[in-house]
Design a protein around this ligand. Structure first.
Ligand code: FAS
Ligand code: PHB
Length: 400
């Protein structure tokens, strides 16, 4: 890797960085993507699974949705389990026939990397950005550390797509960015198992012993989660204990219990909400988890990252094509409207489905909210349009 000058430097080869690189290259804007992890690590990292209706359309319209359309699972509803009973939320009936697509984030990443390698545009793995300088100059520059030394990559813009503990936001002078944060008193223990899903659709469960989520990746792969203590350690959870707890929490008088199988991936994710604002400082721009984190209960993290990129790509392309920088000037304000909507929805789903503490009054409020959602069409419609995804609402997106 040599020191280079490009138009847009992108830190991070997660969904945000890879999609931004793809969209800009399609329009002839030169980019360099720098990723600290290896290609294998990035392609195998198991994370999100639910793609919003409008996001799936956008990925297809951008030429990276073929495998998603062929292999993704289209779901028209989700199930809530509480008080031992099952309640289906008919998402498509409630929201103009729109549906979600269940397709692993790592599959999207593989599709985007394949597109990038086909384009031949620069994508460097095992290359860590250690510094970002020149934010307010016309030549912001990153220092990249690789096994054979440091290099500099400069551009017209540097885009921080470097996730939740990224160097990009940390490089902004103290006091410029405001950080909003909420930490929840629980984490999620997630597993990926070689077990045919016993359920047709996702199941969100609030049980006296805690939260459980039944998801899937394919007809042979199940993805399941348990709400656990915030300080929980993975070693304390044998396969047997995991399956026993999932079986207990997901038990319902109306459906079969879960099918077990070899656990091929497991991890514990802390639950927190974070927003960093504004999402730009000079010629450094933040997108995706670099700017915001949501608890995964609302399945918004990945979708929000992609939504940021649809706005940013359009703004950068406008700037290069016509010199119109209004999109860049409005980028943070435009994105934060959707970010805060997703933050609230994720907070609402999380507090409704997890016992937050020992306060009996709070617990009754949450149960009442859940019972209202599963018994009122108006309440369920609110959930449906937020879960399936509000329209992306700007011209770069195919009609959604
Ligand atoms: P990402 O974190 O995906 O990508 C950032 C990239 O930047 C990484 O590849 C990182 O290696 C790289 N990077 C960081 N610092 C760098 C540096 N200094 N130099 C170069 N590269 C650097 N969302 C859901 O909707 N549902 C879920 O179930 C769910 N589960 C999750 C589980 C875990 C463990 C985590 C961490 C997140 C989960 N999320 C989930 C959220 C997740 O899907 C994110 O929203 C999504 O990955 C955001 O994409 P990016 O913004 O591209 O950030
Ligand atoms: C997943 O399939 O990984 C998944 C689904 C829904 C969520 C979170 C994660 O809310």
């Amino acid at each position: 890797m040599e020191s280079v000058r490009t138009q847009v430097v992108i830190i991070g080869a997660g969904p945000a960085g890879l999609l931004l690189g793809h969209l800009l290259e399609l329009e002839g804007v030169d980019t360099v993507i720098v990723e600290t992890r290896s290609l294998d690590y990035v392609q195998q990292r198991v994370r999100a699974g639910v793609i919003e209706y409008g996001i799936a359309n956008f990925l297809e319209a951008s030429g990276v949705g073929t495998r998603m359309r062929a292999e993704g699972l289209v779901h028209h509803g989700i199930e809530f389990r509480l008080d031992g009973a099952s309640h289906r939320i008919a998402l498509s009936d409630l929201y103009d026939g729109r549906a979600i697509t269940v397709y692993g984030q790592q599959e999207i990443v593989k599709d985007l990397i394949a597109a990038r390698l086909t384009s031949g545009a620069p994508l460097f793995f095992d290359a860590t950005v250690t510094a970002v300088v020149g934010h307010s100059t016309e030549r912001p520059t990153v220092t990249v550390r690789t096994s054979d030394g440091d290099r500099e990559v400069s551009g017209d813009y540097v885009i921080g797509c470097d996730g939740s503990h990224g160097v990009a936001s940390a490089s902004v002078p103290t006091g410029v960015l405001r950080r909003y944060e909420r930490v929840y008193p629980f984490s999620w223990l997630g597993i990926l198992a070689e077990a045919p899903p016993a359920a047709e659709e996702l199941i969100y469960c609030r049980h006296p012993q805690g939260f459980a989520l039944y998801s899937m990746r394919s007809p042979t792969l199940s993805r399941l989660y348990l709400g656990v203590r915030p300080d929980e350690v993975l070693d304390a959870w044998s396969d047997e204990r995991i399956w026993d707890e999932l079986t207990t929490r997901l038990a319902s008088d109306q459906s079969a219990s879960i099918t077990q199988g070899p656990i091929i991936e497991r991890g514990i994710t802390p639950m927190r909400s974070v927003v960093v604002a504004p999402m730009r400082y000079g010629r450094l721009v933040l997108a995706g988890d670099a700017a915001h984190i949501v608890p995964p209960t609302g399945a918004k993290g990945l979708n929000l990252a992609i939504s940021d990129v649809t706005v940013l790509a359009e703004a950068l392309i406008d700037s290069y094509r016509s010199g119109n920088r209004s999109g860049l000037a409005e980028y943070s304000r435009t994105c934060l409207r959707r970010v805060w909507r997703a933050e609230h929805f994720s907070y609402w789903m999380t507090t409704m489905l997890h016992q937050l503490g020992e306060d009996p009054f709070d617990n009754q409020l949450q149960l009442s909210q859940l019972r209202y959602i599963v018994s009122s069409e108006a309440a369920a419609r609110t959930l449906a349009e937020n879960y399936v995804g509000l329209p992306l609402g700007h011209r770069a997106v195919a009609a959604d």
